[in-house]
Design a protein around this ligand. Structure first.
Ligand SMILES: Nc1nc2c(c(=O)[nH]1)N[C@H]1C(S)=C(S)[C@@H](COP(=O)(O)O)O[C@H]1N2
Ligand SMILES: [Mo]
Length: 508
């Protein structure tokens, strides 16, 4: 290698490694924050129409590939220049890489719907490349003869080896990142293209009286973007709908297999159901309410004809996670569904796209399998599931509970009438009353908003005549069977927390 190619290769190797690491990290963390693709998207947005049309005219459907290749050439030439500059005038090369990283960050931040986290991969790419270039350029300087070391402190072979290893490591990370994120990105694209059919049976309209207009109170329907997310998936499964199949097997008379197109062709039903996580602490926020579009699982099981001695359905997600659901919860009249839609949208990828289960009345860990691909009809004494193997209860009915949303805990309010409000739930049973207790006073009735159905949470409000000082507020609910929420405090393990949500409020 000549004096020209050595610094240039150091620049290229550093940038390849930086981008490679960032692509790999983004595949796991940001899902769609690929630095190269975000810059590509920005270029598409900024390119004048004549250029876009010209490129499409010449390359046709290869226009995206052309863009990526052009971008790669620009990045690699820039990287070579950075290496060369770093050799001539340090730290100009590293500054150039920093500028490149800043372009990536800007590109990420200007994407619609992007957040600060989307800028992480580009920033990371620049930082890694800058560190590596500093290291390689230092080594390269060390190869030069000096008075103390006429042959150079560092052998040229070591420099070449380090540069090659950096480039190779980066290339491997880059390819790995693409492979890992590929399915997710493809699924994102198919989701954007899906048109869900209209419901054959729409959900009863949400009564106007179901929500109070109180700032800080949880909205009666949780927007998808705010819906809690709990799963074990480090990488969200990317399932193309045309590849999706559901298989119903096990103790059945007829095995059933269903494609996504077949599922969408069935008469889909809408239902509003509140989902809760067994790990929700008293007062916690691992709960959300959505209007789901899906097909009743009981109809599919009726086709499969489970044998009389079966008592459980083991559902499996594409990534191998499992849930064990009591068979009756899937065959009785409740709205246990295979859901494809959430609040008028195809399921978001993180909420189980393209298909998940939603079963009113049961905690998610025993029922709400996302990315579901198989239902095995079986028995509790034959199979266990992901969380029941880890110390959680075999049965997971949702426990009656309630929460104070406003005032927020620890908040200071002014004396006078203060709106206290929150939500209460006992899915599949329903809530019939909510009471509030101030300090050691009596339990007082709160006003309930209208119920949507027994399967959803219910808002409540209480006009509190607040006097100056620090006060304790507690809430408890009563379910439709007259059961009063217990004050006994229990941890979330093994079958859900109990106790009363209690907050301190300072009144000025
Ligand atoms: N495939 C899969 N499905 C899953 C889980 C999971 O880890 N993997 N977690 C379950 C749990 S514990 C809960 S509470 C709900 C949460 O659903 P959400 O993330 O859509 O709110 O999904 C359930 N479905
Ligand atoms: Mo959960």
């Amino acid at each position: 290698m000549t004096d020209f190619w050595r610094p240039v290769s150091a620049g290229v190797a550093s940038v390849v490694a930086g981008v490679g690491v960032a692509e790999l990290v983004s595949a796991f963390v940001v899902q769609n924050g690929s630095p190269v693709l975000t810059v590509g998207a920005l270029v598409i947005d900024l390119a004048p129409p004549w250029l876009k049309e010209g490129v499409i005219a010449v390359f046709g459907t290869g226009d995206k590939a052309f863009l990526i290749v052009s971008l790669a050439v620009v990045v690699l030439v820039g990287a070579g220049v950075a290496g060369w500059l770093e050799r001539k005038r340090p730290p100009l090369g590293r500054i150039l890489i920093g500028i490149g990283g800043a372009v990536g960050v800007l590109a990420a931040l200007t994407r619609s719907g992007s957040g600060i986290v989307d800028a992480v991969p580009s920033a990371l790419a620049a930082v890694v490349a800058i560190l590596l270039l500093g290291w390689l350029a230092g080594m390269l300087r060390g190869t030069e003869p000096s008075r103390v070391a006429p042959g150079g402190r560092v052998s040229r072979r070591r420099f070449v080896g380090a540069t090659a290893a950096t480039a190779a490591g980066g290339a491997i990370a880059l390819v790995l990142g693409q492979v890992i994120a590929g399915g997710f990105r493809a699924a994102t694209a198919t989701r954007a293209a899906i048109r869900l059919p209209a419901a054959a049976k729409t959900a009863p309209p949400i009564p106007a009286g179901a929500s109070f207009d109180i700032p800080g109170l949880s909205p009666i329907v949780t927007p998808n973007a705010d819906f809690y997310r709990i799963d074990t998936a480090l990488q969200i499964p990317g399932i193309a709908p045309q590849d999706w199949r559901l298989r119903i097997t096990g103790m059945v008379e007829h095995e059933v297999e269903l494609t996504f197109a077949q599922l969408l062709a069935l008469p889909l039903e809408e239902s509003t159901t509140t989902l809760t996580c067994v790990s929700n602490e008293v007062g916690g926020d691992l709960i959300g309410n959505a209007t789901w579009l899906g097909y009743p699982i009981r109809h599919l099981l009726a086709k499969a004809k489970p044998s009389a001695d079966a008592d459980m359905v083991l559902s499996t997600s594409q990534d191998g996670w499992t849930a064990s659901t009591p068979l009756p919860a899937l065959t009785d009249e409740r709205n246990a569904i295979l859901a494809v839609g959430m609040n008028g949208q195809p399921l978001p990828l993180e909420h189980g796209y393209p298909v998940r289960m939603v079963v009113p009345g049961l905690y998610g860990y025993v029922s709400a399998t996302k990315w579901v691909v198989s239902l095995e009809v079986t028995r509790f004494d034959r199979h266990t599931s992901y969380w029941t193997d880890r110390g959680w209860s075999e049965r997971g009915p949702v426990k009656l509970s309630s929460r104070i949303d406003v005032p927020a805990a620890g908040r200071q309010v002014n004396s006078g009438t203060v709106a206290v409000a929150g939500v209460a739930w006992s899915q599949h049973v329903g809530v019939s009353a909510v009471q509030v207790r101030v300090d050691d006073g009596p339990w007082q009735a709160a006003t309930l908003a209208d119920a949507i159905s027994p399967d959803t949470w219910r808002q409540w409000r209480f006009g509190w005549d607040a006097t100056p000082g620090t006060h304790t507020l507690r809430v408890r609910a009563t379910d439709a069977n007259g059961l009063v929420q217990t004050a006994v405090e229990r941890d979330v393990v093994p079958d859900g927390a109990t106790g009363l949500h209690t907050i301190q409020v300072t009144v000025a």
